[in-house]
Write a protein of this length. Structure first.
Length: 417
């Protein structure tokens, strides 16, 4: 009976789900619903990848599989994740004093419309208490995107995608099959529309109009939600026509903020939450021909991924002696936008671009940074710059700071382009 109830929640009701996934679900349920078939079809769905450990202080909440308001005990059989379960995990993370930030790990084609907007609103409320970031690793379509876009920062993997901002409803007419099997259903009803959407009869035109009206209503809600969460015009959201966007396309469409792997985003998130205690491990390298980690939108709550993921090994120049530490100037008020660019240029020329975020977080001025770098270099007997770069990167190093991608990223973030 649970599967019959599940079928009633899929057929004849508007859904926020990608069409290919809906076709898979319908093929699994079929005209004759049987649990063995569902178990066989869902075996691949339920095979989840091993989750890599998250840095301390970050709660990683998985949002995987088909999304529903309630699972009805079918999680193991059909790969469902409920909105209530996700909300409970978010509330637990908010209440935990040891958790500084929340990362939504999204890999879902979407699901039911009921309950998704309430969950998204809860996520936006939670981001006012603790930072909430999201990563589409690898997909955040339809209802899953409604959830992911509510985060204050959204990244997508190079092979990942977002979108499918639309609504779909299906009606199954099995009257021909009934006749072939010798069945004829007669409905005795009270109320003109009581038998609307019956699978044993062709869809009535008036019922189709009613269903279309509900699809349009939910679509308007979806468009308004995405526009509000992403700071886009409603017309721009509608112009996506429920299309799917992948990799760099998501940045152009304004549907994501960065292209990064899950692990890269975790490292950047950890630095964002604790800039003074940043890891001394080198940032993930960008291989030749791969898409660099980029950020298109200026978000006050989010660091620039291009800066945080720059290719740099810990430099001996960053190891200060006690004398240099004593000579460190007292932090001055936060630098203005011009100084931000100047500080980034100094760090690049000094061979320590990874310290840009450190100096900005400390509120040092351009002059303070210049004195600090000179003092540190003076105390270093034979500084050797050690960095993980590509063999063909020497030409880029000789280029002027004006054309350096790091400097460009800082100028873009500060609006100095």
């Amino acid at each position: 009976m649970q599967l019959v109830h599940l079928a009633s929640r899929i057929v004849g009701t508007p859904l926020l789900i990608a069409r290919p996934k809906l076709d898979v679900i319908l093929s699994v349920l079929g005209p004759r619903i049987g649990l063995p078939d569902v178990e066989a079809a869902s075996a691949a769905v339920m095979t989840q990848r091993a989750m890599s450990p998250a840095p301390a202080g970050i709660a990683v909440i998985p949002i995987h599989g088909t999304l529903v308001r309630r699972t009805l005990g079918l999680e193991a059989a059909s790969g469902l994740t409920s909105y209530g379960e996700i909300r409970a995990q978010i509330d637990t993370a908010l209440a935990d004093p040891g958790i500084k930030g929340i990362l939504l790990d999204v890999d879902s084609p979407g699901g039911e419309a009921g309950g998704v907007f309430e969950l998204a609103e809860r996520i936006r409320e939670a981001s006012a208490v603790k930072p909430v970031w999201a990563v589409a690793s690898d997909s955040a379509f339809s209802a899953a995107y409604a959830i992911a876009c509510a985060a204050s920062h959204l990244a997508v993997t190079r092979t990942g995608g977002v979108g499918s901002i639309g609504v779909i409803a299906m009606h199954v007419d099995q009257s021909v099959r009934d006749a072939q099997q010798g069945y004829r259903y007669t409905a005795i009803t009270a109320g003109k529309h009581k038998n609307d959407f019956s699978p044993h009869e062709p869809l009535d035109p008036q019922a189709a109009e009613s269903l279309q009206a509900e699809v349009d209503r939910l679509y308007g809600m979806f468009v308004g939600h995405v526009a509000a969460m992403r700071g886009l015009e409603a017309d721009a959201v509608r112009a996506t026509e429920a299309g799917l966007f992948f990799g760099e396309q998501t940045l152009t469409a304004g549907l994501a903020d960065a292209v990064a792997s899950r692990d890269q985003l975790l490292e950047i998130f950890a630095t964002f939450l604790n800039p003074q205690g940043r890891s001394r491990n080198p940032a993930p390298q960008t291989r030749p021909g791969s898409a660099p980690m980029t950020q298109e939108n200026d978000m006050t709550e989010s660091p620039d991924p291009t800066l945080e993921a720059s290719e740099a090994e810990p430099d001996p120049i960053g190891t200060e002696t006690e004398t240099a530490a004593e000579e460190r100037p007292t932090p001055t008020p936060a630098a203005d936008r011009h100084e931000v660019v100047a500080i980034a240029e100094l760090c690049q020329l000094g061979g320590c671009p990874e310290r840009t975020a450190e100096f900005l977080a400390a509120g040092l001025s351009e002059a303070d940074v210049r004195r600090t770098l000179l003092a540190v270099r003076a105390e270093s007997p034979a500084p050797e710059i050690s960095s993980a770069i590509h063999p063909d990167a020497h030409a880029a190093q000789r280029a002027s700071a004006e054309h350096n991608p790091l400097i460009k990223a800082v100028k873009h973030l500060t609006g100095k382009e």
